[in-house]
Design a protein around this ligand. Structure first.
Ligand SMILES: C[S@@+](CC[C@H](N)C(=O)[O-])C[C@H]1O[C@@H](n2cnc3c(N)ncnc32)[C@H](O)[C@@H]1O
Length: 126
């Protein structure tokens, strides 16, 4: 899914593609809020997002918990037509038609032994 022209949202300190995080100490490529991405529309071949998905985690990073629909809106704006979006979350995120996307897959991800499953939501921009 990922190539050299990939965007990694909520990257933390992970180095993969163009990384974006609002925490300057994570040393991402770009320090920005996911809701105010400084990129033109249709820029990336793929967008990967690993957002916080629970209030008790978000507390350590501050601000409001990123909403799945807002993440999908932000990702679908900057991915190119035909490009893929992958979002790891605890929910199956609806395929909002207003973002001009289609669902490609929902992969169950086990993040550790005796842990709950996450859903890796995959979409393609039409
Ligand atoms: C679930 S962690 C991701 C961790 C990273 N993928 C890793 O494996 O280390 C969430 C990250 O999202 C960032 N974050 C939280 N809210 C954000 C926002 N509104 N915009 C951009 N980044 C945000 C935090 O700073 C934190 O680094």
């Amino acid at each position: 899914m990922l190539s050299g022209n990939s965007l990694h949202l909520f990257s933390g300190s992970t180095k993969y593609g163009v990384s974006v995080d609002r925490n300057v100490n994570a040393n991402p490529t770009v320090v920005a809020d996911f809701n105010h991405l400084p990129f033109y529309p249709n820029t990336f071949d793929a967008v990967l997002a690993d957002p916080p998905y629970a209030d008790h985690w978000q507390k350590q990073w501050g601000g409001d918990l990123p909403q799945p629909k807002q993440i999908l809106r932000a990702a679908s704006r900057v991915v190119r037509r035909g490009g893929l979006i992958g979002i790891l979350h605890i929910i199956v995120i609806p395929c909002y038609k207003e973002f001009n996307i289609e669902r490609v897959a929902i992969h169950p991800i086990l993040c550790g032994p005796n842990n709950v499953l996450r859903a890796f939501n995959v979409y393609r921009k039409l």
